[in-house]
Design a protein around this ligand. Structure first.
Ligand SMILES: O=C(O)CCC(=O)C(=O)O
Length: 268
């Protein structure tokens, strides 16, 4: 992260990475997402949510390599490593398709509720929201309260009727190709979709390698077979649950490749 990004993330628990997917990358990710969607629609037994207000494809990394590679896309996930620590691991991943004209189905909440941790000083989960469509505050953007990751454990938020009634929120709005990254303890909500275009967002939730990949998101054997570097194995939950973090001096790119430098990484 740059110093500006570090300060913004520490202060707000939120960071917008504008243009994190350059046009050619965005085009290939959009194509890969459309291919995944076609496969998902053709087979109703594939996991996800099928409306009526939102459609989700669970575990999009299972559909093709372009989507899988987003899990360790360095311009974004290199920063997630700095936010969470060297032991980052994927917890879940979904492709959200927010349907125009439909109300929010998720109210205000934090994602992080792990017991035994003093949360105001901890970073337990970091989520990335990769926008595949332009999103504004009227078209179903997620709303979040900057700085709420540091609020005291017993903080009480007001109960509100509509998502927009909560004071202090900012929308995860932006152009296709922008990525929002946030500390999962930040209080956030889905919003009503009052626009006329589908909202398309790829969501990845990262935690620590001592956590468990969420039920239903455990990578398949076929996906695990593609993890040819230490960081890929760790991100896919194939690492040890104790006593190990990747070397802090190793660059993210180095950790993505097979390397003789890590013979005892414990992931073989
Ligand atoms: O943006 C949304 O639709 C809701 C996102 C959310 O609440 C979450 O990912 O936990």
């Amino acid at each position: 992260m740059t110093e500006e990004e570090r300060i913004k993330f520490e202060a707000n628990g939120l960071l917008k990475l504008e243009g994190a997917l350059p046009p050619a990358t965005l085009a290939s990710v959009r194509k890969a997402a459309a291919e995944a969607e076609a496969v998902w629609r053709a087979d109703p037994s594939r996991p996800g949510m099928r409306g009526p207000n939102r459609e989700d494809i669970n575990a999009f990394i299972e559909y093709n390599d372009t989507l899988l590679n987003l899990l360790w896309y360095e311009p974004v996930v290199g920063k997630v490593r700095e936010m969470l620590g060297d032991d980052l691991m994927m917890l879940d991943n979904d492709y959200f398709m927010g349907l125009p004209g439909k109300p929010s189905i998720v109210g205000w909440h934090p994602d992080v509720g792990v017991r035994g941790i003093y949360h105001p000083r901890s970073t337990v989960m970091v989520k990335t929201f990769t926008l595949l469509s332009d999103v504004d505050e009227k078209s179903g953007a997620t709303y979040a309260i900057p700085g709420s990751h540091r609020f005291p454990m017993d903080w009480k938020f007001p109960k509100v009727q509509e998502p927009e009634d909560m004071p202090g929120w900012v929308p995860f709005s932006g152009k296709a190709g922008d990525v929002w990254v946030f500390n999962g303890r930040c209080y956030h909500s889905a919003s009503h979709h009052r626009g006329d275009r589908r909202r398309e967002v790829l969501i990845v939730n990262y935690g620590h390698s001592w956590m468990k990949v969420f039920d239903g998101y455990e990578p398949s054997t076929a996906v695990k077979a593609k993890a040819d570097g230490m960081m890929k194995r760790q991100i896919l939950g194939m690492g040890k649950s104790w006593g190990h973090t990747v070397p802090a001096d190793a660059s993210f790119d180095e950790l993505l490749k097979p390397s003789d430098r890590f013979p005892g990484d414990g992931y073989k």
